[in-house]
Design a protein around this ligand. Structure first.
Ligand code: NAD
Length: 265
């Protein structure tokens, strides 16, 4: 079954909550051993590990701030020490710091670029180095390695009052494609998933204050669940998607159909 990930090891950044958590659980359900990265307190990551183990899977929590070069290297070391060489890496950690442009401080800008874009560079670069060091394992996967970025519909949809976030995700789009072009010949597949509005902590306030307005942007009529993304990513890193290279899979309930243009028919 090419959708299975048996015998493979995966690392997911920012995996103690939301989409990262759901993706780690989906990878484990497909048979991969999973390193669950967290930045601060280990409690939530430990709970994800416990949930995976309870379901019969294998997982380990690994600390590390994706915006710090030395912590990224240490996090990969820890993951590989526990699970063996990595076959799958998901760069997922991300933050929002929203402000109108007049009030957006350089600190707001730098914080989001550091995690959402530089973090993607650091994690992506380290993943590719580790895939190269590991070598091919044709018994577990056709690819030498699979790297997937968690981007956003905002890699193409402009987002007022969130210019730091949208600029970072636009950057991830070209980072992903350029890396994919650079390393495809080695058998490394680099891709992205672009979620629409998914119910996680990152947008809890927005959903509380503004759910009706958000739903107007989603033709399919519901906010997504983290599992909607976990299932897509689990497929994307599997051999079932072996010929997908340098692509962004939009999982957004139709948000990128720009439903405002439908009018009232
Ligand atoms: P979330 O807040 O639940 O998850 C983000 C995770 O990243 C948290 O676990 C957080 O601890 C971790 N993190 C933050 N900074 C970190 C750092 N420096 N190092 C390591 N980990 C760090 O929210 P989420 O929605 O699950 O977000 C995950 C990703 O999905 C983000 O990249 C986000 O931009 C993207 N995304 C989310 C949505 C959505 O609607 N929720 C839509 C599109 C894209």
């Amino acid at each position: 079954d090419p959708t299975r990930l048996g015998g493979q090891a995966a690392l997911v950044t920012g995996a103690s909550s939301g989409i990262g958590r759901a993706s780690a659980i989906a990878f484990a359900a497909a048979g991969a051993a999973v390193a669950v990265n967290y930045r601060g307190s280990p409690d939530e990551a430990d709970a994800v590990v416990a949930e995976i183990e309870k379901a019969g899977g294998r997982a380990v929590a690994v600390q590390g701030d994706v915006s710090k070069e030395d912590e990224v290297a240490a996090m990969f070391d820890e993951a590989e020490k526990a699970l063996g060489p990595l076959d799958i890496v998901m760069s997922n950690a991300g933050i929002q710091k929203d402000a109108r442009i007049g009030e957006m401080s350089l600190d707001h800008w730098n914080a989001v670029i550091a995690v959402n874009l530089t973090g993607g560079f650091l994690v992506g670069r380290e993943a590719i180095k580790r895939f190269r060091a590991k070598g091919r394992r044709p018994d577990v996967s056709r690819a030498l390695g699979k790297l997937v970025f968690d981007s956003s519909v905002h890699q193409i949809i402009p987002w007022a009052f969130h210019v730091n976030y949208a600029a970072a995700k636009g950057g991830i789009h070209m980072l992903m494609q350029s890396l994919a072009q650079e390393v495809a010949e080695e058998g490394i597949r680099v891709n992205a998933v672009a979620p629409g509005a998914i119910a996680t902590a990152i947008n809890a306030e927005e959903r509380k204050d503004n759910e009706a307005e958000m739903l107007k942007l989603i033709p399919y009529g519901r906010i997504g669940d983290p599992q909607d993304i976990g299932r897509v990513v689990s497929w994307l890193v599997s051999d079932a998607a072996d010929y997908i290279v340098g692509q962004t899979i939009f999982a957004d309930g139709g948000m990128t159909l720009y439903p405002g243009f439908r009018g009232n028919g």
